[in-house]
Design a protein. Sequence first.
Length: 757
Amino acid sequence: MEMAQHFVLACQIMTTVIDMVPKAKRCQNGDDLFMEIKRYSWITTSRNTDDVCPIFRRTFSAGKTVLSASLTITALGVYRAVLNGSPVGDFVLAPGWTSYDNRLQVQVYDVTSLLTDENELCVTIGRGWFRSPLPGWINSKDKQRRVAQPCGLIACLKIQYEDGTAETLSTDTDWTWAESPVRFSEIYDGERVDARVIPDDWQSAAILDWSRDILIPQEGETIRETECIAPKEIIRTPAGETVIDFGQEVTGYMAFSVTAKAGDRISFDHGEVLDSFGCFYNENYRSARSMVEYICRDGQQTWHPQLTFFGFRYVRLLSWPGEARPENFTAIVVHSDMQRTGWLASGNTELNQLFSNIVWGQRGNFLDVPTDCPQRDERLGWTGDAQVFVRTASYLYDVERFFRKWLHDLAADQRNTGEVGQVIPDVMPTAECSAAWGDAATICPWQIYQTYGSLKVLEDQFDSMRRWVDFISSVTKTPGLWTEHFHFGDWLGLDAKPGSYKGSSREDLIATAFYAYSTDLVVKTGRLLGMDVSAYAALHDEIVTAFRRTFPSLVTQTEHVVAIQFGLTPDPQKTADDLAALIRSDGIQLKTGFVGTPYILHVLSRYGYAGLAWDLVLRREYPGWLYPVTKGATTIWEHWDGIREDGSFWSADMNSFNHYSYGAVADWIFEQAAGIQHDESHPGFSELIYAPHPDIRLGWLSADLLTRHGKIRTKWTCQGDHIRYELSTPVPALVCLNGETRRVEKGDYVFFTSLNH
Ligand code: BGC
């Protein structure tokens, strides 16, 4: 079969009957096969193809009856492999994103069902993250180096025949390459395809001298297409634009079907919101063009971008042959395919929308790496955002595998000094680290251990955790205090001075508080692993003493919050009382940013202010979690007022509508509102503390959490003058209601308390 037909066939099948393609499965004995690939060669193109994505090809006969066949493969760039016209596997954007200088994941697919007598294996390679100009707003030598890297492919196809013989085809100069129909593809700017192009000028591949020591078996979750969404409507905007509204902000790409003439042009770009006039808007994508261009061939065709992704709810059709109808378009949702483990529902519709927005925030930003946002010229693994959200993330989805992989990258990219970069993979290797960002090194492993109960993550990360604390100690000017260093502070704090993104909480105070917390986590981890951590325990005491001496009074909401949360205040109840008074004098509204917001509700409800915490959660006016919901949000916004009351936007410079950080409120809903808590001595929910904080304004709240020990189900309902609690626990539980505690064994229970309590 000619290559052009293969391309068309694969595309059509992929987008129209996504689940019916005979997809190759990941192979069982992948680790053995992985070891073998290290023996083979990298190949590349024999000349520079600039923007055009090359396609590599190997044809071969399998004249005997095949028992089994597997393809072991990875690339420098993102690859899409097609065997005899069918996509190999369902891994989108393979091989994912790692610290490429140190680690590159290898995939193994069972391709037995795809083989025929005469075979053609084709692999198209796009720039992906490997050669992308990440991040968009910086120009540096390191970035130029990465963009100039060659594309590369390493693969090995192993065929076992029924007669006992075997055959291995690996990447070498018997492979050929040509220019593919993909004329351009890149993470920020999108994809350009000319479907008329028939790869024909096949030339021998060249051997590429590139490290094979970086190759590792697949560690993270597979990135997959997980849902298809039909357009809600096609809008004609006041500016005369044709805009498709999918009704939900997603990460992925749009597929389209069209009957066209060769040379007809289709082009579109992506946006998250409409402006106050109802017109298309995407200035907030900054330099990321997020554009798709497709030149049609003759006839009916179905296509979607294959080597990049976008964050979007709206698509503006810039060029389309004929009339655009809803049935022509589908949004395809793409993310790391994690198992859902947490569910929340309540009697408050807006709160339910908030829960949905948080889940979509995670789906939109867990694309192999926990990213800040999926649309503008960032899409980076910001460490601060990851540590803020990890707890919520670990309840909503099973992210053990996802975080263990990312934390390995964090350790791999940790600098010689022990410093942890602002983003992981560290594409800004000269940018200074910051407190609450670098602390992802300690906070994320600890949370993964707490949620899932396996020590493996701590064993893997202990050295990295310790090195981060040692780094801070090495730059302190006064023992026990982290001062005089760059920090992001309480990023986006609402008490920021005009023109600043940093809240007014003292940066040295925040930095020292996180220094204490990270040191404490090193002590706890070390003890669990049987290490001598007495020096870190002494250091922790020293930091606490220095903190109390240096910051005898606390000023902002965030300062109070971290002092309580990290055990730094000598009298936490008094500090919580002061915090509650401060919040009231601030008009019962948040003034916190990235640092204070994830913890503020926890410290309030822990010290007797659950009602005030609920006031903050249920606030419908800016600033509050429900305000974006009242403005139609379908994901979590970077700013509480990304869209203001008058319909105007926050500055386009920094205004993402899919930024999961403030979605961290969900861990408070699970733990304090619904009452599903564990204590540190029983990680992984091997025992449960059930201590809910109901609020009549909701009527009812249910939370289900699938743990390693089974599913915990809870629901409280306000009924007349009492509250009914339903608890189904797979493990022994300590039930704390009405100020009384009692132990119960695993089982299903109903309790009642008086509403007035
Ligand atoms: C990102 C944030 C990130 C921050 C660092 C921003 O541009 O989008 O989420 O944490 O920079 O302060």
